[in-house]
Design a protein around this ligand. Structure first.
Ligand SMILES: [Zn+2]
Length: 202
């Protein structure tokens, strides 16, 4: 029997998603065949508007509906403290704890030589520009990359870059409480809060 093209196409799309193998891709596709058309249309709409209706903040590179994003625009926040994270999801994880009142810088990745991701592939240069900008009020950079080998290497690289610029910025690293190899995204609120409070000068 030949599998209908429409099914084959969707299976292939699912297979491209992280963590989804051929079996799961098939199961998801056949599951969707039972879903009412209206619901499928809404699903398709959400996928379609995912990128169309979001924008990267030109200051911190967080994803939002406006540029600057709502965090950068918030005058109640401490614009002198920047928390540097790997992914937008890390911002959401830290925001959930509600204890951090500074602003962010999202790298959109980490230095990972094994996968050919060097410093130029992620948003490190714009971070340095933010620090060097004439009206910069930044006093502290919190390096909140993941406590993995790549995350540590990224933190180290950024710290070196900042120190090489002769900028009067305090550099700190979160950690200690965080289990090695963990992902910030999956850390619970208390652990994350403790890691934030217990940061050391880098
Ligand atoms: Zn922003």
């Amino acid at each position: 029997m030949r599998i209908p093209k429409a099914i084959q196409n969707l299976v292939e799309s699912f297979e491209k998603l992280p963590g989804v193998g051929p079996k799961t891709a098939q199961r998801l596709t056949f599951y969707l065949l039972h879903v009412p058309q209206g619901e499928l249309d809404r699903f398709a709409d959400s996928v379609q508007s995912l990128k169309k209706d979001t924008i990267l903040c030109s200051q911190c590179f967080m994803i939002d509906e406006s540029d600057p994003c709502s965090i950068c625009e918030d005058t109640q926040r401490e614009h002198s403290v920047i928390c540097v994270v790997e992914q937008p999801l890390d911002v959401l994880a830290i925001e959930k704890g509600r204890s951090f009142r500074g602003i962010y810088h999202v790298l959109h990745g980490r230095i990972d030589p094994l996968n050919n991701i060097g410093p130029d592939e992620i948003y490190i240069a714009p971070l340095i520009s933010r620090l060097k900008s004439k009206n910069s009020k930044i006093k502290e950079i919190i390096l909140a990359t993941n406590p993995t080998m790549e995350g540590e290497a990224t933190a180290m690289y950024i710290a070196k870059q900042i120190k090489g610029q002769d900028l009067r910025v305090k550099i700190t690293r979160i950690g200690r409480g965080l289990p090695v190899g963990a992902d910030l995204e999956y850390a619970d609120d208390t652990t994350l809060q403790r890691a934030m409070e217990g940061r050391d000068e880098y």
